[in-house]
Ligand binder design. Structure first.
Ligand code: ADP
Ligand code: MG
Length: 233
């Protein structure tokens, strides 16, 4: 699904340059649940932004589902993003004047899907994340965990090839984090490919593979015995 080879990225700041990714190599197969783990500043978000076509590497290659991602203009990058990728962020990034249902339906609006179909599909995904009863509520009326579930439904609604999550539990308490990760595991059980960026070992252990990033290089890439959450709801 994802093949990256010798990826480098530096940030230019005036006359200085900060070399953040120093030759990253890894592949992700269809259906994997991979954590990219490293301490703050190790380059996780930089890597995820490149995988998400929100930014470009300085050198190296990136192939997504057989398509080389290179020199894309913004229109093409936006098209690929909408078609291939679903994003989940630490800060949820919901639109606060839109209901849960409207937030989830938004990617379908950009695809010009008719309103009725959009709402039906969005409802199906809200149901999948356990928020059927909350469809007409605004984000301000939802808990952190519920907001992240809405964001997960929104990331899935256009049926992307890969879900990319950047510190998706970073704003949640530990019980809620486990519940959200349990949902991620269930979504992965259905065959979806998911990359979870995190600095938290407990979260990484709930994935099936951990790629350890340190100072812009992969220092370890291991399959792990997935910890399944045991939460008393
Ligand atoms: P992580 O997500 O692992 O915390 P980041 O990829 O966000 O790490 O950042 C890696 C390094 O790159 C940090 O030192 C950070 O300050 C720097 N950095 C990130 N984004 C930018 C940017 N847009 N411009 C300059 N430096 C940046
Ligand atoms: Mg980060």
């Amino acid at each position: 699904m994802i093949e990256i080879k010798d990826l480098h990225k530096s940030y230019k700041m005036g006359s200085n340059s900060l070399h953040v990714l120093k030759g990253i190599n890894f592949n992700v197969e269809d259906g994997e649940l991979v954590a990219i783990m490293g301490s703050s500043g190790s380059g996780k978000s930089t890597l995820l932004n490149i995988l998400g076509m929100l930014d470009e590497a300085d050198s190296g290659t990136y192939v997504l589902d057989g398509i080389p991602i290179k020199n894309l203009n913004e229109t093409k990058a936006a098209n690929y993003r909408n078609k291939f990728l679903g994003f989940i962020f630490q800060s949820f990034n919901l639109i606060n004047y839109k209901t849960a249902l409207e937030n989830v339906a938004l990617p379908l609006y950009y695809q010009k899907m008719p309103r009725k179909q959009r709402q039906e599909k969005a409802m199906k995904y809200l149901e999948q994340v356990g928020l059927k009863e909350w469809s007409h509520h605004l984000p301000s009326e939802l808990s952190g965990g519920q907001k992240q579930r809405v964001a997960i439904a929104r990331a899935m609604v256009a049926e992307p090839k890969v879900l990319l999550a950047d510190e998706l539990t970073g704003a949640l308490d530990s019980k809620t984090s486990y519940e959200v990760m349990e949902l991620i595991q269930n979504i992965n059980d259905q065959g979806n490919t998911i990359l979870v960026v995190t600095h938290e070992p407990d979260i990484a252990q709930m994935c099936k593979r951990i790629v350890h990033l340190k100072d812009g290089v992969i220092v370890k890439d291991e399959k792990v015995k997935q910890v399944r959450a045991k939460v008393n709801v």
